[in-house]
Write a protein that binds this ligand. Structure first.
Ligand SMILES: *Cc1c(COP(=O)(O)O)cnc(C)c1O
Length: 354
């Protein structure tokens, strides 16, 4: 097993990159804003652009305070470490990013257990949550935190309805747990549902936004919560090496994204619907109906694994990502046009037939 990613050499010149919404290129306007940023030593509290971003995101998410971090993974881990102690249990959906994609960080760093809850589209209901709640005893791990993802990534980019978010948060609070929202794509949900992010996050003690997904920035996530929570979280930011120097260079890209790249997420959602509609006509592909910018599909009926199908597409310069087995994902983002969507559908039709 090799853990380092190999240096990426495309099988063919890349025409349509649907592999991930993390693969956007910073636009010329964003680069200019970054180059012009006023900066200082962030871990000494001296970076005005980082403060400006934190104030702006705290207001956007309806929280008292915020901190800037290099990545969403660190935002999740700082939050879990701040809420929990070793031996505590976190309740989350069984498809949660913290379970599948963060290298076991919460166990390695904080020593928490994650209990995965079942449910369609990356969501679970109050009855499922209630059923997982144990009587406090000396045997059971302390149930400290509820975690939800909005949008649910492996749940197909699905949006929890705001009422469902509030219902599970109320249930968790009633049982003495804190609540955390992995809002990597929360602004996609704001645009898709037409419900302000602050309203969606209202029942959550901590919530963060990723700027490196559909928002198109090269780095950065902002974690929000009460002033006391963010104060405590600073110890973990420092401990994990997430305290920065001239972080304003990166924060300026995030501020630019808030000004220019939020409303346009609707275009990604329209492109996702167009892609899914085009793929639905391709024999052998079973496509999940997209709610936001992610299009998950199954290749089983083509006789190909997702990896084989993706390799055929890559040979034509169309990139998608493999989830597992016969499940694959295509991501729409700001570097993808409607014309490229049509091009990708044609390539998928040929790959499914070949
Ligand atoms: C991408 C993602 C993360 C991690 O964010 P990074 O910025 O890549 O570290 C966490 N949760 C979800 C749901 C994600 O999609």
């Amino acid at each position: 097993m090799r853990f380092a990613p190999p240096r990426f050499v495309p099988a063919a010149p890349v025409r349509v990159n649907l592999a991930s919404d993390t693969q956007t290129q910073p636009s010329p306007g964003m680069r200019a804003a970054m180059a012009a940023a006023e900066v200082g030593d962030e871990q000494a509290g001296a970076d005005p652009t980082v403060w400006a971003l934190c104030d702006r995101v705290a207001a956007l998410l309806g929280k008292e305070a915020a901190m800037f971090l290099p990545s969403g993974t660190m935002a999740n881990q700082v939050a879990l470490a701040t809420h929990c102690r070793p031996g505590d249990q976190v309740l989350a959906h069984e498809s949660a990013h913290i379970l599948s994609s963060e290298a076991g960080a919460q166990s390695a760093i904080t020593g928490v257990l994650v209990l995965g809850l079942p449910g369609g589209r990356g969501q679970f209901d109050v009855a499922t949550l209630e059923a997982a709640i144990t009587q406090p005893s000396r045997y059971s791990p302390p149930q400290r935190l509820l975690e939800v993802e909005q949008t649910a990534n492996r749940g197909g980019g699905a949006c929890w309805p705001a009422a469902a978010l509030h219902a599970v948060a109320d249930c968790a609070h009633a049982h003495g747990m804190a609540t955390h929202m992995d809002g990597a794509r929360l602004l996609n949900a704001q645009v898709a549902l037409g419900v302000p992010a602050a309203e969606q996050a209202a029942g959550y003690d901590s919530v963060w936004l990723d700027f490196t997904k559909g928002l198109g920035a090269p780095m950065g996530a902002v974690l929000c919560g009460s002033a006391d929570f963010i104060d405590e979280a600073w110890r973990w930011k420092q401990r994990l090496g997430g305290a920065l120097r001239q972080g304003g260079i990166a924060a300026a890209g995030c501020l630019y994204a808030l000004d220019h790249n939020v409303a346009r997420l609707a275009e990604d959602h329209a492109n996702a619907r167009a892609l899914a509609a085009g793929m639905a006509d391709i024999p052998g592909l079973v496509v999940e109906l997209p709610e936001t910018n992610l299009v998950f599909f199954d290749t089983k009926a083509t006789g190909l694994t997702a990896a084989e199908f993706a390799a055929r597409l890559a040979a034509e310069g169309v990139l998608v990502s493999v989830t597992e087995g016969t499940r694959a994902r295509a991501c729409l983002h700001l570097d993808i046009t409607a014309a490229q969507v049509a091009d990708a559908v044609a390539a998928m039709r040929a790959a499914a037939r070949a």
